[in-house]
Design a protein around this ligand. Structure first.
Ligand code: SF4
Ligand code: SF4
Ligand code: FES
Length: 241
């Protein structure tokens, strides 16, 4: 292995031209802390143009996700070692071209699901949120980048994209349960969104760039649903999913 070279095997596909995806291979000079995004920019400047999405280059916008060696990662936040690496479009999303995918359906679903349903109560009477709850749980939840990494690796989402809203949505619904002024029945909403089908496998946790603890959030929603006797409703939904 040449330890000064990164060889990228990039899956290419233009739905308007190509019958099947194909792979192109490009050598990129390695340097310490070379990110996937920098390597892609090198390919763009020195070889064929490759289509990919990005904006902030700093892990904030969530736009640069792709499969790096089979795992969903943010391209701007993933450092490459010398050797061969595969780059594919983020799984679970329609391909626009090469590594660019259409996340509009996902972000719409995510945004719609967490719209606050506010009560008329005085803000001052809203229950206080403890320091520990805010910094240990809520702060991470509200930093969701809408990158889609979690849904790309979720085995249940891969089987049931229509009826299973997926980890990002469940965790944002859970975030709303701590809002004392929100009047929606978030546990019922989570059940109707398919949370009881979550296997609590933790794969979504392993690829979330902001470290959201989905297992804890989904587990708490499932527990609250069981306590309220929503398991039967959930069972019917899970079968239908
Ligand atoms: S914990 Fe649940 S939501 Fe996350 S990857 Fe596993 S099944 Fe999917
Ligand atoms: S929960 Fe994490 S992995 Fe999923 S969309 Fe939000 S930031 Fe990305
Ligand atoms: S470019 Fe914004 S998160 Fe990577």
């Amino acid at each position: 292995m040449n330890d000064s070279i990164v060889t990228l095997k990039i899956t290419r596909f233009d739905p308007s031209l190509d019958g099947e995806p194909y792979v192109t291979e490009h050598d990129v000079p390695w340097k310490e802390c070379l990110t996937v995004l920098q390597a892609l920019q090198y390919v763009n400047e020195h070889y064929d143009p490759v289509s990919f999405d990005y904006s902030c280059r700093g892990g904030l916008c969530g736009r640069c996700g792709c499969m790096v060696d089979g795992t969903p990662r943010l391209a701007c936040y993933t450092v490459l070692e010398p050797g061969e690496h595969t780059l594919e479009p983020l799984a679970a999303f329609p391909v626009v071209r090469d590594l660019t995918v259409d996340k509009s359906g996902f972000t719409r679903k995510l945004d719609d699901s967490v719209v606050a349903v506010m009560s008329q109560a005085d803000m001052a009477t809203s229950p206080e949120i403890s320091y520990e709850l805010y910094w240990n749980v809520l702060d991470r939840l509200q930093k969701c980048r809408e990158c889609g990494n979690c849904v790309s690796i979720c085995p249940v989402y891969a089987e049931n994209t229509a009826g299973y809203a997926g980890p990002a949505v469940f965790s944002q619904i859970f975030l709303r349960t701590s809002d004392g002024l929100d009047e929606a029945d978030r546990v019922l909403q989570a059940v109707e969104s398919g949370v009881m089908a979550c296997q609590l496998c933790g794969k979504c946790d392993s690829v979330c760039p902001v470290g959201i603890n989905h297992i804890d959030a989904h587990g708490q929603l499932q527990q609250k649903a069981r306590e309220r006797g929503l398991a039967e409703k959930a069972g019917a939904l899970v079968e239908a999913i």
